[in-house]
Design a binder for this molecule. Structure first.
Ligand SMILES: [Zn+2]
Length: 315
């Protein structure tokens, strides 16, 4: 299984357009040891030919261009067989609207996330230019399914439509919340999921949990059995935004378990057998972005890595 991190930052990216926090200023002015990051999205492939995107960020065009295996191999073609959405946050979904150039696409999402994206959304009509432009495939919690591809008939090196691409995906409910623009709707277990991606031929699994409000037994079980783990690295501490005068909500109110502290994910996730353990969806305020910070050293001493744009892993 091949994994390429296209974007590693939380919503807003790093630096964020309207943020003058120490990290954002420092990376702009090149006065800290840190590199800029686009918003979270990861490409996964079993063959190297057909790829699945985990989430579709607002920076999807730049991210596709940044990685040659995602470039077209014919006059109208894309090696992107499918997109899987982990929740309805705009930093995970807006990129789908950007893929509007009359190309068939396949999107996997829970029914809750699909409805949140298409209902009352007049902009979604740009993806209804022809019948079958978007094929939605429902993620049913706890049920693995083969990922099948989509591509234009007659394109160069086509991905056969609806043919398996060698990966399966299973959605696991994670304690989360609806996206900010739908917070008035009732919460659902389908609001936010983690993914278990399997390559049966290679016999390897990837657990992808980029947004986790709490480590439930189901989340812990999934992480324990995976060969590679991506986990929510949004905030180091609960009061990261409030202490900096950058927001009014604690990390937990935004459905992100902090990394640091006695009850943080670093302390709670000791003993995982995964060969690679990576924090992703890192908010621009997080001190782990500074390569010479104490917090970064603690993460690395615990055997974890911080995702960066362009990171590649082969399992
Ligand atoms: Zn910032």
């Amino acid at each position: 299984m091949w994994i390429r991190v296209l974007g590693s930052a939380a919503g807003g990216g790093f630096p964020q357009w309207n943020c003058g926090c120490a990290n954002c200023r420092g990376v702009r002015e090149k006065t800290i040891r840190a590199t800029a990051r686009t918003q979270e999205s990861v490409a996964v492939s079993a063959s190297g030919d057909a790829w699945v995107l985990l989430n579709a960020s607002p920076e999807i065009r730049q991210q596709i261009e940044s990685f040659e295996p995602l470039h077209p191999r014919g006059p109208r073609h894309s090696p992107i067989a499918a997109i899987v959405l982990t929740n309805g946050d705009l930093d995970h979904c807006l990129g789908v609207l950007s893929l509007r150039e009359s190309h068939p696409i396949t999107v996997y999402a829970t029914d809750q996330v699909r409805r949140g994206f298409i209902e009352k959304n007049v902009l979604y009509r740009t993806l209804e230019r022809f019948p079958g432009q978007v094929t939605w495939r429902r993620l049913v919690l706890g049920h693995p399914q083969d990922v099948v591809g989509a591509d234009a008939p007659g394109a160069g090196a086509p991905i056969e439509r609806h043919a398996p691409i060698g990966l399966s995906v299973e959605a696991i409910a994670v304690p989360g919340k609806p996206p900010v623009h739908l917070e008035d709707l009732p919460a659902s277990p389908e609001d936010s999921v983690g993914l278990l991606i399997r390559d049966a031929v290679a016999g390897v699994t990837l657990a992808y949990f980029s947004g986790v409000g709490e480590i439930s037994p189901a989340v812990a079980d999934t992480l324990a059995g995976a060969d590679c783990v991506f986990f929510d690295g949004t905030f180091w501490s609960s009061d990261e935004l409030t202490a900096g005068g950058l927001g009014t909500k604690r990390a937990e109110q935004m459905a992100h378990l902090p990394v640091g502290g006695p009850d943080g994910s670093l302390a709670r996730l000791t003993g995982l057998s995964a060969v690679r353990k990576i924090l992703i969806h890192v908010n621009n305020t997080n001190p782990v972005l500074r390569e010479d910070s104490r917090e970064r050293a603690r993460v690395e001493a615990a055997g974890w890595e911080i995702a960066y744009d362009g990171m590649e892993i082969t399992l």
